[in-house]
Design a protein. Structure first.
Length: 136
């Protein structure tokens, strides 16, 4: 491990080597025992930052403040049109159009406008000749 790598790791993980990644600890411990001024400065800076971070305390939130914020929040009023989104209205419209088209087709079939094909052989329909062949 180089002194530059040691300095980068102390900036990232602090002066306590037990917080460092397992793969880096043994080399860092060997380098920390050497009396290098660059290593000593990196350890001193990291220890000072660790102490500052450890001394910072966050105050607990006041429950009355929390309740007041929730009470003063605007209430959302949902109208009928806001409740239904455009995709759901479109899906509903497509279903309605399909039902109307199906009813229209059934009414045409039931009215007798379509030719009836009652002859079938083995599950296949027989075709009806409606005129001259197109070749002749």
């Amino acid at each position: 491990m180089t002194p530059e790598r040691f300095r980068i790791l102390t900036a990232a993980y602090g002066a306590d080597l037990s917080r460092w990644p397992e793969a880096e600890r043994s080399e860092a411990t060997q380098l920390a025992t050497q009396s290098s001024p660059e290593i000593a400065v990196a350890m001193k800076d990291a220890a000072m930052l660790d102490d500052q971070l450890a001394s910072h305390l966050i105050a607990a939130a006041d429950q009355t403040l929390f309740a007041n914020i929730l009470a003063s929040a605007p209430q959302k009023h949902v109208s009928f049109w806001q409740e239904w989104s455009w995709p759901s209205i479109g899906l509903l419209g497509a279903g309605f159009a399909g039902a109307v088209a199906g009813a229209f087709c059934v009414s045409i079939w039931m009215s007798g406008m379509l030719p009836e094909s009652s002859e079938s052989v083995g599950g296949t329909a027989m075709y009806v000749d409606f005129g001259n062949d197109w070749i002749s």
